[in-house]
Design a protein. Structure first.
Length: 396
């Protein structure tokens, strides 16, 4: 058996000091040093073999975090892990306690093509792998062919359409060799729930952002734009996932979906859940009320759906442990899971073509604060996301 861990970590605006990433937002040298130190401690605690990072403004800042984690972790090993002169050094507990530095790990970084100047920066994503990569990483952001979504013939002039030519943030795709297998890993950061507002020509700002003249309908339209973009981006990721599955590759997709487990983007990415019995269902080409799918067709339909479906690591953990709550973000008193790890059925123990399983699922969310409470002030130096880690085991 080959054990490995895979984690998702939204680091929250990682950039060097004295650089304005968003308007009037930057870190002093002291704040940056504190942030690097905190992030490196989280990296050490996760100690994951594969890590997907979101909100990376600068590769150099991420490398500084990894270097700090390695330096501190190696020093901690020297203090607490017995050397070769100790007879008990081979005990399993010391293997689990020892930090494994990323000295020989591979790092792929996908910068954001929408990144602009000071105050208008846009973050990218990255993947760190102790196993390296097979082939070159692939970045999906500028689409070679636009995604045109036609809403069909509703009304005399049609139902309208939506076009997507570029993702708000890149999707990073890598192939990782683990044991005897090569796993396709996707890391994403879908469009946030913040509304998108259009600035009229000659205006200094979109009128909807002026909250002293609150425009509920305009604000709702901004939310609609953000939702449409996020759903379309989820579909782009889903298309890439299905292509990998149809090529026979095991898939893990992770990142900040910016939607909870029961939200639309998660459903788009993971694929639809098969109906229990299609033999009950009226056929698509029915000519009489009795025209139903056959039992053979029912089995084929369910297999076709299951073959390209992804499964939530969080939900697998809840089923196994009977736990009923996992959350990775808190805002306005609402706790939810917007960071996800999804896996193909290759990683379900009893599924067809299984190559392994998830043994455990960890969430580091003790640092989360909710800015709506005065006793828990917003902390820009930590992360407003919980880190999630799936503990995997592959068959040899």
């Amino acid at each position: 058996m080959t054990d490995f861990t895979i984690a998702s970590f939204n680091v929250k605006n990682l950039i060097g000091p004295d650089q304005e990433y968003y308007r009037f937002q930057s870190y002093t040298p002291e704040e940056y040093a504190w942030k690097v130190d905190w992030l490196s401690e989280q990296v050490q605690t996760m100690d994951a073999d594969i890590v997907g990072f979101q909100e990376i403004f600068e590769e150099s800042a991420l490398r500084a975090v990894i270097d700090a984690a390695d330096a501190e972790g190696t020093a901690d090993n020297a203090q607490h892990i017995p050397g070769p002169d100790k007879r008990y050094r081979r005990k399993a507990i010391f293997r689990k306690l020892a930090y494994r530095p990323y000295t020989d790990a591979a790092l792929a970084v996908a910068p954001n093509v929408n990144d602009a100047g000071p105050g208008q920066r846009r973050p990218g994503v990255a993947i760190l792998s102790r196993f390296g990569f097979v082939g070159e990483p692939e970045i999906i952001q500028d689409l070679a062919q636009p995604v045109d979504i036609d809403f069909g013939p509703m009304g005399p002039d049609g139902g309208g359409s939506f076009r997507l030519t570029r993702l708000s943030r890149p999707i990073l795709k890598v192939r990782v060799p683990v044991g005897r297998h090569v796993i396709t890993v996707f890391n994403c950061h879908l469009k946030s729930k913040l509304g998108e507002f259009v600035r009229p020509g000659g205006a200094e700002f979109p009128p909807e952002v002026d909250l002293t003249n609150y425009d509920p309908v305009g604000r709702a339209l901004g939310g609609l734009r953000a939702s449409l973009r996020r759903m379309a981006e989820a579909w782009v990721l889903r298309r890439a996932i299905v292509a990998e599955l149809q090529a026979g590759h095991p898939v893990i997709a992770m990142g900040d979906f910016n939607d909870g487990e029961h939200a639309v983007s998660s459903e788009i990415i993971s694929g639809e859940v098969p109906f229990k019995n299609y033999a009950w269902m009226l056929r698509h080409d029915a000519e009489t009320p009795r025209d139903r799918y056959s039992e053979e067709e029912d089995a084929q339909i369910r297999e076709d759906i299951e073959a390209v479906r992804l499964h939530s690591a969080e939900k697998q953990f809840i089923r196994k442990s009977t736990r009923d709550m996992v959350y990775t973000a808190a805002f306005g008193g609402v706790y939810e899971s917007i960071d996800q790890i999804y896996m193909s059925r290759h990683f379900l123990a009893d599924a067809k073509g299984s190559i392994g399983q998830m043994d455990y699922f960890s969430v580091l969310n003790d640092h989360l604060t909710d800015g709506s409470h005065a006793e828990a002030p917003y902390n820009k130096l930590a992360s407003d996301h919980g880190q999630i880690i799936a503990h995997m085991r592959l068959k040899d």
